[in-house]
Design a binder for this molecule. Structure first.
Ligand SMILES: Nc1ncnc2c1ncn2[C@@H]1O[C@H](COP(=O)(O)OP(=O)(O)OP(=O)(O)O)[C@@H](O)[C@H]1O
Ligand SMILES: [Zn+2]
Length: 625
C-alpha cells in the first residue's frame, strides 16, 4: 500500500464510530452525541481526551459495554492511558524499499520519538503488504515462490529501518496468520452489515495502483497519472463493497471534522471525490491466487487493499494473543495518525473510514498525506524505477544526515526534489558546522582553560541573559512545530539556536577573555557554560530527528547513554548543566562530508539556498577564531 500537508494546527478533534445496520454484531443503532474538546496540541498528552468530544457512537448495550467502545466513551476514564498510535503505510513488497518509503518511516519515527519525549505511551506501527498480483508477478520474475520473495523483501525493509535508527513498536506482515484471521473477521462483519454483494465489473485497471480507475482521471492512452503506464481493460465477477452507501456519512463526518484530513489543503480533494459520487468497489479477485481467501468462496481472494488496511488493526495484537478483532482493538484502536504519501489518500480518507463504519469500528483520528520525493518532477517509485537508494545514502553519509536532510529540507506536506550537492551542503552547514563545530570549539576552550569542568551552574551563569531567553523561545517554537507536524520548521528552530549560539560565542569571544585572566577568565568560563547548556538543549530538541547525533552530543557533555535514553521534553528547560560536571574529550560529533560532486556536475542541480551559504560563511568566521 502506499499523499500532502499544511500545518495542521488542530484545535478540535472528534472521534467517530459508526454502524448503520441492524445486522452488525457490534451495534445496531446510531446516535449522535455532540461534545467537543479543544487544545492547541495535535496529539500531545496534554490533550484533554477525557473532556468532551463529538462522538457518533452505538447505543446498543453490547457495543457500549465492549472494550472497543470503552476507549472512547467520554465517561470511560481511560483516556489518559490512551496510547499515541501512529502508522506508516504497509509497504508493498513488489520491490525493495527506496528513499520514498524511507521518507514516510523517518517522519513517523521523528513524530513517535517526539511523543515519547512528551512522556506519552506510543505504539508505532509499520510493516509490509505482501499479497496481490504484483507480488506474484515479481516472485515469478525472480524464480521463487511468492512466500520466499516476501520473506526476502520484507526483511530488506526491517534491515533498512534498523540502519536508519527507526524505533518501531510493531511490524506487521500481511502474510502473518494472525492478520489473516483478523481480515476474515473484519470481512464477515462488513458482510453481516449487508455491505458486500456479488456482481460483474468491467473497467480500466492500473496494476501498479491495484485499482480500477475512472477514465476522467487518466492521461492520454488511458495512462495512470502516477505510474504513467496504460491501464488495462479488466472484467471480473467479484464481491463488491457498498461504498456508495457511505457517501452521506463520509461527507458529514468531514464537514464536522475537517481536521481528519491533513494537511488542510488536501481536504477539498477528498470532499470533491465524495461529492462527485462514490462508486462501490470490488474487494475480491477471481484471477489472483496469492491472497487471503474470501470466507466461504475459495475461488476468490480478498482485494489487496481491503486486506492491507486491516493490517493497521492486526498489528496491534501482542505476541501470543488470540487473533480476534476485539483483542486487537483493545490494544490501541483507533490510531491517532495514519501517516501516508498523497498517492494513497483516497484509500485512507474514503475507503478505509467507510470500511470501518461498516464494521462498526471507530475511525482513525487523522490521516496525514505528505508530498512526494520526486526525480525530474515525477514521483520516485518502485513502478517507475526512478528511485534513490537509501541504503547507499546511509552507508555513505550515516543515518543522521539522511534523516535530517529529508525532514529539514522537504517541507512536510509538499513535494521535494533530491540533489546530492544540496544534501551535502545542507548537512555540512547545519550539522557539521553550526552544531558540531560550535560544540567542538567550546569544549576545546573548556579543556584548555577549565580542565573540561564546568565552573558554575548554567542557571546561575545565565541569569538575565538574553541569549538564554532566545533559546527558551526557540524551544517553545520547536515544540509547537513538532506538535503540528511542521517537522522542517522544528529543525529550523533548532538550527536557530545553533546560529544564535555561534553569534553569542563570537560576540563574547571567551578566548580573548581567558587571555586577560582574572575576573575576565571567570566571565569566559561562565560563557562556555552558557553555550554548552544551549548545546545540551539542542541535543534534546533535535533528538526526534537525529537521535544518534544527539546521543553523541550528550556523551560529549559528560552524560551516559542511559541518561540520554531517560530524557524527556521537560529536560529541555534551561538549567540542566551544573557546576562540577566534567565534559568528555572534545571529539567531532559530525564529520564534514567531502563534496565529491562539483556543482553542476553529473546532472546535479545545486540548490543550496542563500541561507545555507550564509550559515557556512557565518560559522566559518566563527571557526577561524
Ligand atoms: N516518491 C515518494 N515520496 C514520498 N513517499 C513515497 C514515495 N514513494 C513511496 N512513498 C511512500 O511509500 C508509500 C507507497 O508505498 P508503495 O509500497 O506502494 O511504494 P511505491 O514506490 O509508491 O510503489 P509504486 O511505485 O509501485 O506505486 C507512499 O504512500 C509513501 O508513504
Ligand atoms: Zn497507477
Amino acid at each position: 500500500m502506499a499523499s500532502r500537508v499544511q500545518n495542521p494546527i488542530q484545535n478540535r478533534l472528534w472521534l467517530l464510530s459508526f454502524s448503520t445496520s441492524s445486522t452488525s454484531s457490534l451495534c445496531n443503532s446510531v446516535s449522535l452525541k455532540k461534545t467537543r474538546f479543544t487544545n492547541r496540541s495535535l496529539f500531545g498528552k496534554r490533550m484533554p481526551w477525557s473532556s468532551s468530544r463529538r462522538n457518533l457512537y452505538c447505543t446498543c448495550s453490547t457495543s457500549r459495554g465492549s472494550t472497543m467502545d470503552s476507549n472512547t466513551s467520554p465517561s470511560s476514564g481511560r483516556q489518559n492511558a490512551e496510547p499515541f498510535v501512529i502508522t506508516t503505510p504497509l509497504y508493498y513488497v513488489n520491490a525493495p524499499p527506496h528513499m520514498g518509503s524511507a521518507y514516510t518511516t523517518v517522519a513517523a519515527d521523528a513524530i513517535a520519538r517526539f511523543q515519547r519525549l512528551l512522556g506519552n505511551k506510543v505504539v508505532f506501527i509499520t510493516g509490509t503488504d505482501e499479497h496481490g498480483e504484483k507480488i506474484a508477478t515479481a516472485a515469478a520474475a525472480c524464480g521463487c515462490s511468492p512466500a520466499e520473495h516476501c520473506n526476502v523483501v520484507s526483511q530488506a525493509y526491517r534491515t533498512l529501518w534498523r540502519d536508519l535508527g527507526i524505533a518501531y513498536d510493531k511490524f506487521i506482515r500481511t502474510t502473518d496468520h494472525k492478520h489473516e484471521a483478523i481480515v476474515k473477521e473484519f470481512y464477515s462483519k462488513v458482510l453481516a452489515n449487508g455491505d458486500i454483494y456479488r456482481a460483474d465489473y468491467e473497467g480500466l485497471y492500473c496494476v501498479n495502483c491495484e485499482e480500477y480507475k475512472e477514465e476522467k482521471e487518466l492521461l492520454d492512452n488511458n495512462c495512470c497519472p502516477i505510474h504513467l503506464k496504460p491501464c488495462v481493460a479488466k472484467k471480473e465477477d467479484n464481491y463488491f463493497f457498498a461504498l456508495s452507501k457511505y457517501e452521506g456519512f463520509l461527507g458529514k463526518m468531514l464537514s464536522e471534522n475537517p481536521e481528519f484530513v491533513q494537511p488542510s489543503f488536501r481536504l477539498n480533494e477528498v470532499q470533491s471525490w465524495i461529492t462527485s459520487g462514490l462508486r462501490d468497489f470490488s474487494i475480491s479477485r477471481a484471477s489472483v491466487d496469492w491472497g487471503i481467501e474470501v470466507p466461504n468462496d475459495a475461488k476468490q481472494t480478498i482485494y489487496v487493499w481491503f486486506d492491507a488496511l486491516v493490517g493497521y488493526i492486526s498489528a496491534l495484537l501482542n505476541d501470543g494473543e488470540q487473533p480476534n478483532l476485539q483483542t486487537a482493538i483493545s490494544s490501541g484502536w483507533p490510531t491517532s495518525l495514519h501517516l501516508i504519501g498523497k498517492d494513497i489518500l483516497r484509500f485512507h480518507a474514503v475507503y478505509w473510514p467507510a470500511m470501518l463504519m461498516s464494521a462498526g469500528l471507530q475511525l482513525p483520528k487523522m490521516v496525514f498525506g505528505h508530498g512526494f520525493l520526486t526525480k525530474d518532477g515525477n514521483k520516485m517509485g518502485k513502478s517507475l524505477g526512478n528511485t534513490l537508494e537509501p541504503t547507499d545514502l546511509v552507508q555513505r553519509f550515516g543515518p543522521d544526515a539522511v534523516r535530517y536532510f529529508f525532514l529539514k529540507e522537504v517541507e512536510f506536506g509538499s513535494d521535494g526534489d533530491y540533489s546530492e550537492s544540496r544534501f551535502i551542503n545542507t548537512v555540512n552547514a547545519h550539522l557539521a558546522n553550526t552544531i558540531g563545530n560550535l560544540l567542538n570549539r567550546t569544549l576545546g576552550l573548556l579543556k584548555k582553560n577549565c580542565r573540561s569542568t564546568l565552573a558554575v551552574d548554567s542557571a546561575i551563569a545565565a541569569e538575565g541573559n538574553t541569549f538564554k531567553d532566545a533559546v527558551e523561545m526557540l524551544v517553545t517554537k520547536a515544540k509547537t512545530h513538532y506538535e503540528t507536524l511542521a517537522l522542517s520548521s522544528a529543525c529550523e528552530a533548532v538550527l536557530e539556536i545553533g546560529n544564535a549560539g555561534n553569534l553569542y560565542m563570537n560576540q563574547q569571544a571567551p578566548w580573548s577573555l581567558f587571555k586577560q585572566g582574572g575576573a575576565a577568565s571567570e566571565t569566559a568560563a561562565k560563557e562556555l557554560v552558557i553555550v554548552l547548556e544551549a548545546m545540551r538543549i539542542i541535543a534534546i530538541v533535535l533528538s526526534p530527528v537525529t537521535p544518534s547525533l544527539c546521543l553523541r552530543i550528550y556523551n560529549q557533555l559528560g552524560y551516559t547513554e542511559d541518561q540520554f535514553d531517560a530524557i524527556t521534553w521537560s529536560d529541555a528547560k534551561w538549567g540542566g548543566l551544573k557546576a562540577g560536571q566534567v565534559m568528555a574529550q572534545p571529539k567531532p560529533v559530525f564529520s564534514r562530508i567531502e563534496n565529491q560532486i562539483e556543482d553542476g556536475n553529473a546532472g546535479e542541480t545545486v540548490k543550496a539556498g542563500s541561507k545555507d551559504k550564509e550559515n557556512i560563511n557565518q560559522n566559518k568566521s566563527a571557526i577561524e577564531v
